[in-house]
Ligand binder design. Structure first.
Ligand code: FAD
Length: 409
């Protein structure tokens, strides 16, 4: 859809072409509601991925075109692909998914973007679309020379038992409705999203923040069972806890295997009033095909205990920019090969096994250290702290940073 919209946009610049396949539009002034002089024509279409690709491509091809984007939702440019991760708590802030606004698109691309405006009819002969302003209820006709239809798709809900309780995940508003339903429902819930299992219990970080509650967040990326036993699958766990009392307001998990078990254990611990550090002491069933000697839930407990008693400090992925702006230096303690395959911009690479030898060469000032998934970094931060350095680890390591920043991009 996106590439066909781009092709259509390219083809249309040389003539008066009607583009079909997106709901982003670019209109020409034939007496519409907003008549104005134009270059090669006036265009109209819908928003988000395909529509905005077409509209911005058109602008880059023709500075004089008059381009109107009609989008019925409240958002014109957001990362649909990040929605499951926001729901799962990997991306805490919904705002991280909002990529552009009508204002930013007007400024950069001179687009007339009208959100909450629904196209309810097209008269191809008259070259007009009928538009309903969803805020005011006003219905008006808009004229065009070229029309790009990019309405996307609607979720298909299969007719299966229990479907009345099903929710769809398509728009940026959907996670709010879904999380609202979860909050009103029993504390623990689990859903399948594109083959991934997403399980949540209690509060996420966003809710803790909104409630003004002091809290810390721990991200880990453990394997579903011992890594040396075949079939271990990665998962992402997130624990929210109160650093003073140790109380656990909530947890979220995403993965393909073993997610249900970990969230059930944490939900039970919450019900029993266990603290986050006490998760380290839980005796959980262990054999290599089923878990690890230190289960992922135990590991959350160890990390929480270190944060609660000040043994370690952490920086969340979305706090990194601010930490660097404040003078922190980034140190990547993975191997040179892992570093070469991708790293946080600005980081220097000192592999963990060489850190003791090269610690004196690190730049002065505070350090933010990271590894792949936030395990090896603990050794690195303790080593550097022991050498008198002020150190924080990047919570969840490169894995959390990469996933979260990619989804927000
Ligand atoms: C939860 C989720 C996760 C995804 N993850 C991935 C992924 O990981 N990788 C991947 O490749 N793809 C992924 N996708 C798919 C990808 O987001 C879509 O392919 C892409 O958004 C389609 O772009 P589009 O412009 O055709 O449609 P959309 O992005 O749906 O945009 C269409 C827009 O048109 C508007 N519209 C519809 N009718 C009208 C009307 N009558 N008047 C005005 N406006 C109207 C809609 O409100 C909508 O905003 C995911 C999609 C979802 C929902």
């Amino acid at each position: 859809m996106i590439s066909s919209a781009r092709r259509a946009a390219s083809a249309s610049v040389t003539g008066r072409t009607v583009l079909v396949g997106t709901v982003n539009t670019v209109l020409t002034p034939v007496g519409g509601r907003h008549p104005r002089p134009c270059g090669r024509g006036r265009w109209a279409a819908g928003g988000v991925a395909g529509g905005m690709s077409a509209a911005t491509r058109l602008r880059r091809l023709d500075e004089s075109a008059e381009i109107v984007v009609l989008e019925r939702s409240g958002h014109v440019s957001y990362a649909n692909c990040g929605l499951p991760y926001h729901l799962g708590g990997v991306i805490a802030e919904r705002d991280a998914l909002l990529l552009q606004t009508p204002e930013s698109l007007r400024e950069r691309f001179a687009l007339d973007v009208r959100v909450r405006h629904e196209v309810v009819g097209v008269d191809a002969a008259a070259r007009t679309v009928t538009v309903r302003d969803l805020a005011s209820g006003e219905v008006y006709a808009e004229t065009y020379d070229h029309l790009v239809l990019s309405p996307g798709a609607a979720p298909s809900v299969p007719d299966v038992p229990g479907v009345k309780r099903a929710r769809t995940l398509r728009t940026v508003e959907d996670p709010d409705a879904l999380l609202g339903a979860l909050a009103a429902a029993p504390r623990t819930a689990i859903v399948k999203v594109f083959g991934l299992t997403v399980a949540v219990t209690g509060w996420n970080g966003k809710r803790a923040r909104a409630a003004g509650r002091d809290h810390r967040v721990v991200h880990t990326h453990p394997a579903s069972h011992a890594g040396y036993y075949p079939g271990a699958a990665p998962m992402a766990l997130k624990l929210v806890f109160d650093p003073g009392s140790g109380e656990i307001p909530g947890a979220q998990a995403v993965g393909t295997e073993g997610v249900d078990k970990r969230v059930d254990v944490i939900a039970t611990a919450m019900r029993a009033g266990l603290t986050a550090p006490e998760l380290a002491d839980l005796e959980l069933a262990y054999a290599p095909p089923f878990g690890s000697a230190k289960d992922p839930v135990n590991m959350l407990g160890y990390v929480a205990a270190n944060l609660a008693d000040g043994t370690t400090q952490s920086v969340q992925w979305h706090e990194l920019e601010e930490a660097v702006a404040a003078g922190a230096h980034l140190v990547d303690v993975r191997t040179a090969g892992e570093f070469a395959a991708g790293h946080v911009p600005g980081a220097v690479n000192v592999p963990l096994d060489e850190l003791r030898e090269h610690a004196g060469e690190l730049p002065a000032g505070p350090l933010v250290v990271y590894c792949g998934v936030g395990v090896g970094v603990h050794t690195a931060t303790r080593l550097l702290t022991g050498l008198g350095r002020r150190v924080a680890n990047l919570d969840g390591g490169y894995a959390t940073w990469k996933t979260a920043t990619a989804a927000a991009a």
